[in-house]
Design a protein around this ligand. Structure first.
Ligand code: GDP
Length: 366
C-alpha cells in the first residue's frame, strides 16, 4: 500500500485517528498532597536565634555560608538584627598542629566550662577544606561529649572560598552564636599557615597547644604564632611524658622572655595539662579568667574588639572591591591579553596595569 504522504491530495495537515487516550495516566495514582512550605521567614529565624533555638541558628549559619546572592542578603539582615545582642562573650582561639590534641582538649574544656554554667559554641577555620571538599575541623565525631550536650553548638568550618572568605563567615557566625546565648566561643584552627592570623583577628584570647617530645620543641614553631599566643599549653602531660612536658614548659617560658611585652600588658603563661586524662584543666580555665579580668580592667579588651571590627570592615571592602574587579568578564580577558604582552616584554607592567584600571574606571564603573 502506498504511504499517504505520497498521494497528491496529502496536505500534511491530516490528523490520523490513532488510539484513544486512556482516561488518566495511572488511575491508582492519587493526587499528591502539596507539601506545605515550612521555610521560616527571616524574622522567625531571628526570633528563633534570640530564643536560643539551635535549628534556627543552624539555618542562619547555612545562609551565611551560602554563596547565593539572595541568601547573602537574608544572612546580612539576620546578622544586623543579632548584632545588638552579641558581644557579651569570651572568644577563644585554639591552634595546634594536627595530633596536638585540639579536639580532645576542646571536648574536655567545653564540658568543664559547661559544668561552670557556660554555653559553648565551637567553630573552626579550616584552610584545607577547600582542597579536601570536606571539613576536618569542628567535626562532631571528634568531640564526643560536647557533640551530644544540649549546651554546646558545634559547627564545622565553612568549606567554600578563600581563607579570607571562610574567616569572614566564621566571624559572622560568632555574632549569631552570641545572640543565641553562647557565652564561650571556641574557634579552632589547624596550626599551619595563615589561618592563625585569621583566628587572631576575631578572638580575645589565643591559646596555642604544644606537644613535648623531641627535646627541640621550639623548632618548627613559627615565631609569629608564639607572638600571638596569650597562653601556651603543653598537652599530653601524663604518664611517662610528664618530665618531658615540664622541660618543654621551661623552654617555652625562657623563649617567651625574649619577646617584648604584648600590647595587652599580659605576659603569656605556659602550662602543662592532659586533655585526655583531664589533668590541669581548671588551671587553664583559671588562666583564662585572669586574662579576661586583666584586659577588661586595663581597657585592652574593648580596644582589641574595636580594632577587630575596624579590620573586618576594611577586609570586607577589600574583598568586595577585588571580587567586583576580577570577576568582571571584560577585565578578565583584558588581564589575560595584557599579561601575555607583559610577559613577552611588549609592554611594561605599569602601563599594562594603568590601562586595565582605566578600562575598569572609565567603561565599567564610570
Ligand atoms: P587534633 O588533631 O589536634 O584534634 O588531635 P586529637 O584530639 O585528635 O588527638 C590526637 C591523638 O592524641 C589522639 O589519639 C588522642 O587520643 C591523643 N591525645 C589527645 N590528648 C591526649 C592527652 O592528653 N594525653 C595522651 N596521652 N594522648 C592524648
Amino acid at each position: 500500500m502506498q504511504h499517504p504522504e505520497n498521494s497528491d491530495s496529502y496536505s500534511g495537515l491530516t490528523v490520523n485517528p490513532g488510539i484513544p487516550q486512556p482516561p488518566t495516566v495511572n488511575p491508582y495514582l492519587r493526587p499528591r498532597q502539596r507539601r506545605r512550605d515550612n521555610t521560616p521567614s527571616t524574622s522567625e529565624i531571628i526570633q528563633g536565634i534570640l530564643r536560643g533555638d539551635i535549628t534556627m541558628l543552624s539555618r542562619a549559619v547555612t545562609l551565611i555560608e551560602s554563596t547565593a546572592q539572595p541568601h547573602q542578603a537574608i544572612a546580612q539582615e539576620i546578622i544586623e538584627k543579632c548584632l545588638p545582642h552579641s558581644g557579651d562573650s569570651r572568644r577563644i582561639g585554639i591552634t595546634g598542629v594536627p595530633g596536638a590534641g585540639k579536639s580532645t582538649s576542646i571536648d574536655t574544656f567545653g564540658i568543664h566550662a559547661i559544668n561552670q554554667g557556660h554555653r559553648i559554641a565551637v567553630l573552626a577555620i579550616d584552610p584545607s577544606s577547600e582542597r579536601t571538599k570536606g571539613s576536618i575541623l569542628g567535626d562532631k565525631t571528634r568531640m564526643e561529649k560536647l557533640a551530644v550536650h544540649p549546651d554546646a553548638f558545634i559547627r564545622p568550618s565553612p568549606s567554600a572560598g578563600s581563607l579570607g572568605g571562610v574567616a569572614r563567615k566564621t566571624r559572622e557566625t560568632i555574632i549569631l552564636c552570641e545572640a543565641a546565648g553562647y557565652d564561650t566561643i571556641l574557634v579552632e584552627t589547624v596550626g599551619v599557615g595563615q589561618s592563625e592570623t585569621a583566628v587572631h583577628s576575631m578572638v580575645d584570647f589565643f591559646l596555642l597547644i604544644q606537644l613535648a617530645g623531641t627535646g627541640d620543641e621550639l623548632q618548627g614553631i613559627k615565631r609569629g604564632i608564639m607572638e600571638m599566643a596569650d597562653g601556651i599549653i603543653i598537652n599530653k602531660a601524663d604518664g611517662d611524658n610528664i618530665p618531658r612536658a615540664l622541660l618543654a614548659q621551661a623552654q617555652f617560658r625562657n623563649a617567651l622572655h625574649l619577646f617584648p611585652t604584648p600590647p595587652s600588658g599580659w605576659t603569656p603563661e605556659v602550662l602543662t595539662y592532659s586533655g585526655y586524662y583531664e589533668i590541669g584543666i581548671p588551671e587553664i580555665w583559671d588562666m583564662i579568667d585572669r586574662y579576661f579580668a586583666h584586659v577588661k580592667a586595663n581597657g585592652y579588651f574593648d580596644s582589641r574588639r574595636a580594632s577587630q571590627a575596624r579590620y573586618w570592615m576594611f577586609e570586607t571592602i577589600d574583598s568586595q572591591l577585588r571580587a567586583h574587579f576580577y570577576d568582571n568578564p571584560m577585565i578578565h580577558s583584558l588581564i589575560a591579553e595584557k599579561e601575555s604582552r607583559v610577559l613577552r616584554q611588549r609592554q611594561s607592567p605599569f602601563t599594562a596595569a594603568r590601562e586595565i584600571l582605566d578600562t575598569y574606571f572609565d567603561k565599567i564603573n564610570p
